[in-house]
Design a binder for this molecule. Structure first.
Ligand code: BES
Ligand code: MN
Ligand code: MN
Length: 461
């Protein structure tokens, strides 16, 4: 490594980490109203930081929800490609708090990892790009390519206002490729380019029984219990073979080709290790599909939360008036979230008994996405990862969702390059989220290489 950026990186990496800790300490939880001002504070922090490292035209765009942060550097030369770097600075709620060994917004570094909410998802990863950019701008005084940056504050709640922002700011955001670091590597020491993400359809069912809570002795035996009814509804969503029973659910699913199955299963997850890590005796899922296929390439349905009745300590004999559940479905190509929401609604109404009232709501959704692995920008990404991690990277599909990826393609015509540095065991959305410092540092170096490779894209044609 003779490049100037690497020398700068070596001299400044400890400060990079201190700055990351600073932004991680802002509890930018996007869900609900409680942290609204922290989310704004985080956006302002990022804008100021972007100015400090030499980015231009920085701006905070207000939305109906949380703000969008923009900045760019367009002086690399007209002949150089323009990339749009996307990421999110909002984080998932930290609860349950008592499960954190260290408080979620007072990050600590321990055993080569940094612990805290947002470390891997996604502040640590957006910081990789900011520090790569800084390493060029503070040494060469320019970047090898033109970059635009957009960081949103609503990814974890479905990117509700970003789609509209993109369609109304096409000129501002116009780019050849969208580069995103918000996915995972295959495993420690094994970097990956993700070429497929699942979509999402998020629903809520509210069940109402009697108009008030009832004594379960006085009324039990005659009046429907909403919790019992809801449990029965939920039990009819999937068969024992793991098939989702909603009429028409699989109609648009593109079946895996033999070739793709072969590719996917080359990187088969070790089932025993997987079970051991989670402390479960056996696994579940759709019959006829391997673990990797079930985790990344097949649709799913899961309850995410359930409520109703008495939840306190001890006992209370009651037939509650209400019960409810939140359900998410992961979707695969060519399933459409709105269509699935309609099918879901119809099916729930069909199977619901007339002893209860049921309300089905579509909360949010996103389309699945796939990227061709043959584009020059993908080949350049593989080359950069190989230099940064000094090992051969692999192609993976991820089971998670980044709903806005398909919007970038539809609205800007730009393919996404998903170059992520998280690990499957980083505990994202869970207590004790962490990010490996090795991935943070090698991520910065890889991204520096990537910007360089992108400035010579012809090489990869
Ligand atoms: N970074 C994740 C998506 C992800 C997770 C990609 C794991 C690859 C592997 C992202 O922040 C996320 O959590 N997305 C949500 C989507 C959403 C609409 C709430 C998800 O997947 O649940
Ligand atoms: Mn994320
Ligand atoms: Mn997330």
């Amino acid at each position: 490594m003779s490049e100037k950026f690497s020398e700068y990186f070596n001299q400044n990496k400890d400060r990079f980490l201190d700055e990351l800790i600073e932004v991680l300490s802002i509890p930018s939880v996007s869900n609900g109203e409680a942290n609204k001002s922290d989310v704004v504070r985080c956006a302002e922090w990022l804008k100021a930081h972007m100015e400090k490292i030499g980015l231009q035209n920085t701006e905070i765009y207000k939305t109906k929800g949380h703000p969008i942060v923009y900045g760019d550097y367009m002086n690399a030369g007209k002949d150089k490609p323009v990339i749009l770097i996307y990421g999110h600075y909002d984080v998932q709620p930290p609860e349950p708090l008592d499960r954190w060994v260290n408080p979620p917004f007072s990050p600590i570094v321990k055993d080569g990892k940094i612990y805290g909410r947002g470390t891997a998802d996604d502040k640590g990863q957006i910081f990789i790009h900011l520090k790569a950019i800084e390493s060029f701008l503070k040494t060469d005084g320019t970047l090898p390519i033109n970059v635009k940056i957009i960081f949103e504050g609503e990814e974890e709640i479905g990117s509700e206002n970003l789609g509209e922002f993109i369609s109304s700011h096409k000129e501002l955001l116009k780019a050849e490729y969208v580069v995103i670091s918000d996915t995972e590597m295959y495993e420690k020491g094994k970097p990956a380019i993700c070429y497929g993400l699942r979509g999402l359809c998020y629903m809520q069912i509210d069940v109402t029984g009697p108009n008030r809570d009832l004594h379960s002795g006085t009324y039990g035996g005659a009046v429907e219990n909403p919790i019992n009814a809801l449990a029965k509804i939920i039990s009819q969503l999937k068969s024992d073979e793991g098939k989702i029973l909603i009429d028409g659910f699989y109609d648009d699913v593109t079946d895996l080709t033999e070739e793709e199955r072969k590719e996917l299963n080359k990187l088969a997850t070790d089932e025993n290790q997987f079970k051991k890590d989670l402390d479960v005796k056996s696994l579940t899922g759709e019959k006829g599909y391997t673990l990797v296929e079930r985790l990344t390439a097949r649709p799913t349905l899961d309850c995410n939360g359930i409520w109703g009745g008495f939840q306190g300590k001890g006992t209370k004999t009651v037939i509650p008036s209400e019960a409810g559940v939140k359900i998410s479905m992961r979707l695969v190509p060519q399933q459409n979230p709105e269509k699935i929401a309609e099918l879901f609604k119809k099916y729930i109404e069909k199977i619901s008994p007339d002893t209860i009232k049921v309300k089905v709501s579509y909360l949010h959704g996103g389309k699945p996405s796939v990227t061709s692995i043959n584009s020059p920008a993908i080949k350049a990404a593989m080359s950069a990862l190989k230099k940064g991690f000094e090992t051969e990277p692999v192609f993976i599909k991820d089971g998670g969702s980044i709903p806005i990826v398909s919007t970038f393609k539809d609205e800007l015509g730009a393919d996404a390059i998903l170059m992520g540095f998280g690990l499957p065991d980083d505990n994202i959305h869970s207590p004790n989220e962490k990010f490996e410092l090795e991935n943070f540092y090698k991520g910065i170096i890889s991204v520096c290489y990537y910007y360089n490779e992108l400035s010579n894209l012809e090489k990869f044609n």
